[in-house]
Design a protein around this ligand. Structure first.
Ligand SMILES: Cc1cc2nc3c(=O)[nH]c(=O)nc-3n(C[C@H](O)[C@H](O)[C@H](O)COP(=O)(O)OP(=O)(O)OC[C@H]3O[C@@H](n4cnc5c(N)ncnc54)[C@H](O)[C@@H]3O)c2cc1C
Length: 428
């Protein structure tokens, strides 16, 4: 089977690329070496950025986040919790940053409200009583896996094949272009060939390795971050430290729990991450400056993932931009890579990559993803050829005590079938 485009990587960037291109009528296959979301996207912090965090240090990323925050909430309301966010000044240095911060919010056109500290403590009783200033912004929480799976199912519904456990291990290059990706089927161990007119490298922190396979050097700076999960939800809103982005400055309510993050350390190998007790102690200590009760909270677990940041000579993980870059390589001429970005801007990345692919393939259709409501808002809506038993299980959650929790179970089941179906359509 020959495809118009093979997308490598089932993270937020690859998935929105596959959806966008399918909606433009192209024949797409998405290859993911593990399961959908098994890379960085399924291990992020959970913040659908309002953009506020970047208004001073990275204004372009801030403006993109601000717009995507609104779009994602509109197209995926079932996975977005509009909790709002506070930026809180705890020290005099934080307070000194307030003026620059507010001026940045104005320039980026981000809604904000300066909140009286007594009102803020009434709203958020766990907030440090010594808080010096509070600014409210439209931060939201996004449920990562649900959004990823909803996007994968939507892409499939629009004609894409989505294959999990399909690891790209090399390319067959002919003259100036790639003919096939060589793919290890991690279920059977067999090596397969997948042909396409264009190949998109959306492998996140592994993008450098994929580019290597095509004989290209792509400079990414894999930067690890640790998150700590605490037993209880301690705040209604996302709590951000009012200072330039630094380690340990966001506490986020995720369902019934709280997640504190994060750190930024450049690593060699995104598959080999170690979390130290020091990381957990550090994050708890930083978080407790905003929410003192954090020190008494049981830590359930910690996890880590790697940002695929754009490499800037001499920069550390915190100095690197959170913006993204779509690269159309000269040779092989049918190969496009993306590096950088945020989970929040994944839809926009997909749109930009799809624009580049459209130029290569001479397709003249605009992106539709900014108004495309994703699968999952209503679980009874159609999925192509969905197994009757799976449909009956997913629908049985409706109107039950577990309707909300049933979402992730339902999406997982549907995704399993989609990957299966896609494999059989490929003859795997
Ligand atoms: C600690 C941390 C916290 C973060 N928190 C936030 C946040 O709160 N909000 C926010 O907006 N952003 C956040 N980010 C940033 C955001 O998570 C990432 O920018 C984004 O998820 C990257 O998506 P991606 O699709 O590029 O990469 P990934 O999600 O890593 O996707 C790449 C995929 O490629 C697959 N792959 C790799 N090699 C191969 C191969 N050979 N063959 C096939 N597939 C392959 C991987 O398995 C992976 O699934 C955070 C990042 C980190 C590290």
């Amino acid at each position: 089977m020959e495809f118009d485009v093979a997308v490598i990587g089932g993270g937020i960037n690859g998935l929105f690329t596959a959806l966008d291109l399918s909606l433009r009528g192209l024949k797409i296959v998405l290859l993911e070496r593990g399961s959908i979301g098994s890379g960085t996207s399924g291990r992020m912090h959970g913040l659908l950025h309002s953009g506020a965090r970047y208004v001073v240090t990275d204004p372009r990323a801030a403006i993109e986040c601000a717009e995507e925050n609104r779009i994602v909430a509109r197209i995926a309301p079932h996975v977005v919790d509009d909790v709002g966010g506070y930026f809180v000044a705890i020290t005099k240095d934080d307070l000194d940053f307030q003026e620059e911060f507010i001026s940045g919010l104005r320039k980026a056109n981000i809604d904000y409200r300066v909140v009286d500290t007594r009102d803020a403590i009434r709203e958020e009783p766990n907030l440090n009583p010594e808080v010096k200033a509070v600014v409210e912004v439209p931060d939201k929480v996004v449920y990562a896996r649900e959004l990823l799976m909803s996007t994968a199912i939507s892409a499939y519904n629009e004609g894409a094949l989505v294959i999990q456990n399909a690891e790209v291990i090399g390319f067959d290059v002919n003259g100036n272009g790639i003919m096939n990706a060589r793919v290890r089927d991690r279920v059977t161990g067999n090596i397969k060939r997948v042909g396409a007119r264009v190949f998109v490298n959306a492998a996140g922190p592994w993008a450098g390795r994929i580019a290597d396979m095509a004989g290209i050097n792509v400079n990414i700076m894999p930067t690890m971050g640790v998150m700590v999960v605490y037993r209880h939800r301690l705040t209604r809103r996302v709590m951000n430290r009012m200072r330039p982005p630094s380690d340990g400055d966001i506490l986020l309510p995720y369902g019934f729990e709280s997640i504190m993050g994060t750190t930024a350390v450049i690593v060699e190998d995104p598959d080999n991450l170690t979390i130290n007790k020091d990381d957990i102690d550090f994050l708890t200590s930083e978080g407790s400056q905003m929410i003192p009760a954090l020190t008494k909270e049981p830590v359930i677990r910690a996890y880590a993932s790697v940002r695929p940041l754009i490499s800037i000579p001499g920069a550390t993980g915190r100095e690197a931009t959170r913006d993204f870059m779509v690269i159309r390589h000269e040779r092989p001429s049918n190969f496009i890579s993306v590096i950088g970005g945020k989970f929040t801007t994944g839809r926009l990345v997909g749109e930009r990559i799809a624009d580049e692919v459209s130029k290569v393939l001479n397709v003249n259709k605009p992106s539709r993803t900014r108004d495309y409501v994703l699968f999952g808002v209503d679980l009874s809506s159609d999925v192509k050829d969905l197994d009757v038993e799976i449909r009956s299980i997913t629908q049985s959650f409706r109107g039950s005590i577990d309707e909300e929790r049933g979402l992730i179970a339902s999406l997982s089941l549907i995704l399993y079938q989609i990957s299966h179906k896609s494999r059989s359509l490929l003859g795997w």
